[in-house]
Design a protein around this ligand. Sequence first.
Ligand SMILES: NC(=O)c1ccc[n+]([C@@H]2O[C@H](COP(=O)([O-])OP(=O)(O)OC[C@H]3O[C@@H](n4cnc5c(N)ncnc54)[C@H](OP(=O)(O)O)[C@@H]3O)[C@@H](O)[C@H]2O)c1
Length: 342
Amino acid sequence: MRVAVVGATGAVGSTMLGVMRERGFPADEVVPFASERSAGRTIDWGDAELTVAPLRDDTIQGFDLALFSAGSSVSADWAPRFRDAGAVVVDNSSQWRMHEEVPLVVAEVNPDALTGHRGIVANPNCTTMQTVMVLGPILKAAGIDRVVMSTYQAVSGTGQKAVDELHGQTEAILEAKELAQPSVYPHQIAFNVIPQVETFKDGDDYTTEERKCMRETQKILGRDDVAVSATCARVPVYTGHSVSANVQTRDPLSPEDAREVLAGAPGLVVVDDPADGIYPLAIEAAGRDDVLVGRIRRDPSHDRCLNMWIVGDNLRKGAATNAVQLAELLSARGLLRSAHAA
Ligand SMILES: NC(=O)c1ccc[n+]([C@@H]2O[C@H](COP(=O)([O-])OP(=O)(O)OC[C@H]3O[C@@H](n4cnc5c(N)ncnc54)[C@H](OP(=O)(O)O)[C@@H]3O)[C@@H](O)[C@H]2O)c1
């Protein structure tokens, strides 16, 4: 199998390369792609040294699979070209997620949505990903009427430049130096919380990230009648998004039963002994593929509502790991190449 990794020098792309190696992904050849700036650069990949290729019509031929994480405009332009050249594309950007013909898939929650894909498959937004890992099993067990989610999102979710900005500001503040103007975020992120993730578009008073969380959750669950409300904030954490979720079930579900349901769900770990200071932490989720859930408790204001705290590594399960899992499923289910050739 020939695999293209587009955006291979970025935060998600380099994690995808690492995850492929860790999981022994059955690729015969892997070709990293990035911008013209990086073309010719080499990347160590296990025993192999991979050379970054530029995106051109002649360089994108002959791939079975293309894993994209180079932003929406690159995906808009190049995902259809890879598809037309015979590859199945798994895309991490938001470009194709809500497209009617494109399945939006979390490996543990709705893997069957891959069947019948038309050459492009989308990986959800990182915050949505970790939240639906928890909502999926609860929906099956007790139904869901409504979810209110508040997020505390790490800077690596914005990419490498944001990690550098947090680092630079923190260092400058601790050394009492003058701060440069923020260039990635609208405000200083070091020692701050910014209640804006992405942008406000066309007079909307929800950000594009909040809209993604609301719409993508419904699409993955396959339930437009699950009401979702989201508030997304950026926090000065390098890696690991945290989500406070208030979940109103259709049928009664006790915290004890919820813990049991979630403990049996693949890819989830219940970390929930608050009296001993045991609950999910971003620093413990970072570097892991499991999504952690804890602080599961009854909402005293509503007898069918539970509160919980959900933490995941935004670069791994929130992006790279799920993309590689989808690639594994496409391969194992015989859904590469031939699926969209008809
Ligand atoms: N970070 C996360 O937690 C996360 C989670 C889910 C989804 N995503 C999505 O994944 C995508 C990448 O995010 P990231 O955080 O990895 O960003 P990043 O660290 O900024 O990396 C961007 C990658 O895209 C490449 N690139 C940029 N412009 C290009 C062009 N014109 N042609 C070809 N390649 C180009 C860059 O190559 P150069 O090195 O040559 O510039 C780099 O490899 C975004 O769509 C993002 O929304 C990110």
